[in-house]
Write a protein that binds this ligand. Sequence first.
Ligand SMILES: C[S@@+](CC[C@H](N)C(=O)[O-])C[C@H]1O[C@@H](n2cnc3c(N)ncnc32)[C@H](O)[C@@H]1O
Length: 288
Amino acid sequence: MTTPATETVSPISQWYDMMTRMFPDQRLTFLNYGYLAQDSDFDWINDADLEQKCSVNLIRTLLGDSDLRGKKVLEIGSGRGGNCSYLARYTGAASVTGLDFCPAHIELCNRVHALPGLSFVGGDAMALPFADNEFDVVINIESSHCYPDLNTFGAEVQRVLKQDGRFFYADTMKGDNTSALSEPDSIGVDFFSNVLAQHQAMIEHARFKVEEHRDISDGVIRAFESQDGHLKHLLRSLVEEKKQQREPLPPEVWHAFDTMFHFFDDSGIKAYKNGHLAYKFWRLQKAA
Ligand SMILES: C[S@@+](CC[C@H](N)C(=O)[O-])C[C@H]1O[C@@H](n2cnc3c(N)ncnc32)[C@H](O)[C@@H]1O
């Protein structure tokens, strides 16, 4: 999710911390852009997940037909726990661990997601608090754009994965179109600084085997344009509720939300359409 522009780790953490304390609502469990294919159906989804169906569909699409039954799964950058809850409820994984460096997220997850085999720990994606070869599967969705050092992150994923373990990885990055944008069209877009070559370098550096690599920008645009089930709908209603309550929040916080909604409704959609941004995923394997 787009946050105010910053170069360092801690202001991002502060932003998530503030936002999560402002919106402790347990309905908001995903913080990603979601995915809708042209022919996405939702026969498989629990009614309780419909309000965030685009996000539930993103992790389901990323996993494809992978069998996670009995596996030990780690999500790095688990946010408000939506993906971990999906993994625990839908996949038959033996255990699911969510790791995030935002204390408010860990606090919220421990309060909201009480499920067998599911746990959350605080920590940094670039210094994982786990032993070597601990997990069968690692998942990382829309978090790596916050990391100052992708190669260290990749090396850490490689270290904690078992031999032949799988790494499912998805994020937004700069696209091939490098032409200048007008000021309104750059809102939220300039926040993303990583380019494809950096992700590819991380993958090569950590010697991951690429099973599949896809650009899913089309499906992300479709999710942005959907009439329901997207993060923006839920977030907008929570922000409106907050405004009605006349909460004494600083103007820069409201400004940050206006910026975010402009990205969701306008500049973000345009940027994926015209190639200033791209949304990619990889299915990777820890090779010998
Ligand atoms: C946009 S949210 C995505 C959350 C979740 N993956 C999802 O799909 O809903 C990005 C998350 O990455 C976390 N994050 C950012 N940098 C991190 C780091 N260095 N280590 C661990 N978590 C980090 C943030 O706290 C935030 O929860």
